[in-house]
Design a protein around this ligand. Structure first.
Ligand SMILES: Cc1cc2nc3c(=O)[nH]c(=O)nc-3n(C[C@H](O)[C@H](O)[C@H](O)COP(=O)(O)O)c2cc1C
Length: 178
């Protein structure tokens, strides 16, 4: 059996974890061995043939667990096919911070260096009753924005694109964007 694909995620309230799990299920259904876990739990990339890394977006950036993952494993990530996805309310929320958000600010240079095969931005989930008091008060412009904006069809299609690329050349250079 080929080495597994790692699906690593950073998630504060579970929405991004569930997207990562859906991506992992699609890859598994396509016959790939997959390991899906929180980014901070990954100790080495040596066992993996490819990496899918997803993070929730908070105040315009990825969560620190995902940024740390990229910094910790930059040399190994440069040697493997890498796909990234972000989950946020961008597009669904009428706030300046979120509109037009596409890439994590702090990671722009690292993204240029690592050249992921694709970076998808998926709608996330924002349920005020789930938020910590800190998050609720820290981001007043979010008030009034609520709902589950995750598009499972788009997520499944993107994951199938990742599987296609891995099955095709073994490296999959095709850029996949949603
Ligand atoms: C305090 C706070 C800040 C947020 N900032 C952004 C943002 O800048 N851009 C965005 O698209 N979504 C933003 N969101 C929405 C979250 O990214 C979205 O709810 C995401 O799906 C949460 O994922 P999680 O449950 O995995 O943590 C923010 C949410 C909160 C509570």
């Amino acid at each position: 059996m080929k080495e597994p694909v790692l699906v690593a995620y950073a998630s504060r309230y579970g929405a991004t974890r569930e997207i990562a799990e859906a991506v992992a299920r699609v890859l598994e259904a396509r016959g790939l061995a997959v390991h899906c876990c929180p980014a901070e739990a990954v100790e080495a990339l040596a066992p993996y043939r490819a990496v899918v890394l997803g993070s929730a977006v908070y105040e315009g950036d990825w969560l620190v667990e995902a940024s740390d993952f990229v910094r910790r494993f930059a040399p190994e990530l440069a040697q493997r096919p890498l796909w990234c996805f972000s989950s946020g309310t961008a597009g669904a929320a009428p706030t300046e911070t979120m509109q037009g958000w596409t890439h994590p600010r702090l990671l722009t240079s690292l993204f240029a260096e690592l050249q992921p095969q694709g970076h998808a931005v998926f709608g996330g989930r924002l349920e005020p009753r789930r938020l910590s008091v800190g998050d609720w008060w820290r981001y007043p412009s979010l008030r009034g924005v609520r709902g589950d904006f995750r598009d499972w069809e788009a997520i499944t299609a993107w994951a199938n694109g990742v599987a296609d690329a891995l099955a095709g050349s073994g490296q999959g250079r095709a850029a996949l964007e949603v």
